[in-house]
Ligand binder design. Sequence first.
Ligand code: FAD
Length: 311
Amino acid sequence: TQKIEKALAEERCFWSFEYFPPKTEAGVINLYDRMERMYQLGPEFIDVTWNAGGSSSDVTMQVCTTAQSVYGLETCMHLTCTNMPREKIDIALKDAKAAGIQNILALRGDPPRGQENWTKCETGFSYAEDLVKYIREEYGDYFCIGVAGYPEGHTENQDPEHDMKHLKNKVDAGADYIVTQLFYDVDIFLKWHEECRKVGITIPILPGIMPIQNFGGFKRMTSLCKTYVPDSIYAALEPIKEDDKAVKDYGVQLAVDMCNQMKAAGIRGFHFYTLNLERSTRLILEGLEFIAPIPQVRPLPWNPSLAKNRE
Ligand code: FAD
């Protein structure tokens, strides 16, 4: 059985972690170390992003294969379908299957850097829906397929109804679950979630949570994704924005509050954009009481009298 599907079908809370492929070999080794430690946090699955156009697809594949076959983490590989040759998609799916990976997040991908607008591709894959259909045609039910959803609408689409219609088409093409774009206003997410149900989307929807790690990164990310940020968040961040530790701690508390609000509304699965970092995600899971606090190994405090005795 495919574990993601299994978790989705059960009546319990679960969580998953997203990582991105590091740029250097040392970064990959660091990530493995982190993944191994974060295994203790009990993610139902992990996923690894795919650089649009496939520029670092080898690293994505390498990390996914290791996570699945060495660490035994149920792994989902992201796969975009535009701006790269169709053969690359075929190879990615074949290699994923050979590595025992049974989960794919099927995406369109963003336009190449410097190109704002989207133009149709030669390969025949213009939208994520095309990729979902293709995977189903070629592999039947072998893969559990996730797709992306946008509670605030996709940045290219000004009409929420069109967006919803296209999401429904993706689901009808054979998607098993939806992971959302990051957001910081739970009411927007819950309202959109309700809209999804109204148009007949019945598959599980996992909210994507990005813990705030530092003020600059938060501002960059929310402006890139055109995310709505409630005034209360800016008001809380403004006085502490130079203090990274305070910002991180605020980010943890905010995510705990957001998840609790969603949990109260019946949401059971939570997807964390870890940014390859461990601490915030761990503290959020502890704050939600999903896991017991994990004691951290700290270096012994510097003790001058001990040092003196040793002299
Ligand atoms: P689609 O579902 O194809 O939608 C794209 C746009 O086209 C939408 O505006 C939609 O309304 C519109 N549309 C869909 N079908 C039609 C149609 N038939 N006619 C007209 N318009 C249509 N990017 C990466 O490069 N790598 C990643 O690993 C990655 N991971 C992501 C994970 C998550 C959870 C999310 C939310 C996004 C991720 N992205 C990633 C970003 C994603 O590639 C971009 O947001 C991209 O612009 C859209 O991808 P999509 O799969 O949602 O596209």
